[in-house]
Design a protein around this ligand. Sequence first.
Ligand SMILES: *Cc1c(COP(=O)(O)O)cnc(C)c1O
Length: 339
Amino acid sequence: MPNPIADFRSDTVTSPSAGMRSAMAAAEVGDDVYGEDPTINRLEARVAELAGMEAGLFTTSATQSNLLALMTHCQRGDEYIVGQQAHSYRYEGGGAAALGGIQPQPLEYLPDGTLDLKAVLAAIKPDDSHYARTRLLCLENTHSGQVLSLEYQQAARELCDEQGLDMHLDGARVFNAHINLSVQIADITKKYDSATFCFSKGLGAPVGSMLCGSADYIDRARRWRKVVGGGMRQAGILAAACEYALDHNVTRLVEDQRRAEALAAGLSGLSYLTLEAQHTNMVFVRLASADMVVPWRQHLAQRGIVVSGEYPERMVTHLDIDDTAIERTIAAANQFCPN
Ligand SMILES: *Cc1c(COP(=O)(O)O)cnc(C)c1O
């Protein structure tokens, strides 16, 4: 793809900046399977502290973090309660079932990206040999860009405590929630037993995620990481990119949200487009009919603007989308839609 001016498909499409690449080149490294990579050790301790948890485990991807999280909370024949559109259930190849023998109990999301806690309670199976053992509730924050309130997450924690469930956060985009709510990361993550973080979404690193939890939990997750082939060697080169991302690319997430708001404002009220929603760095628009999706995508592509061509269309802002890109996209959409 010849350098598009704006690629809205996802916040994963960013390229590491010159500063990030030089931090990677300069990283001190060692063999992390022996626990000897100083850059990874420093990153694990730093993210654990941010999370308000005892320990961290550097992983290849948020998919791997979620898999390790589920396999560490649950045994074969156990069950986790999760959203129908949750990444860890729908978009991770069924890994928990395929590799962990863990049964999902998916529930429909409410429109605000939460799971109805009454429905969660009703889904918990009785302690009886007919049923899988319900062990875990898995929430996602942000979910499709939507931020979960601290009150909701606290209520979920209380339910889990009453029912003896563990609680895992898929926080691949929890940095966006942290910026949106203006609260500490730990204010969110401390409500959970474990949390996944991702550095290759809005934070702009090429690779890298982190699972955090208690020291004992992370010891057990580390064993599963080795089992699934996730033990890495001189991967401090990658951890250095993540450190750089924490230093430079967290507070600027407010810019992504501001640009998503500007994009949403500029796309609303056009004849062929309905603005469905805007949450943090995501904008959702629906074309007047599904057969407009291909012409829409082509019209934008001719102007150097890349979209997924989904229906509805999700447009995501990130490090490599500036104000000019937003203005040009709004102008292109205006050309596409007759008055
Ligand atoms: C992208 C995403 C993941 C998976 O991240 P990878 O690093 O691409 O494996 C997990 N959960 C959520 C909510 C995500 O958006």
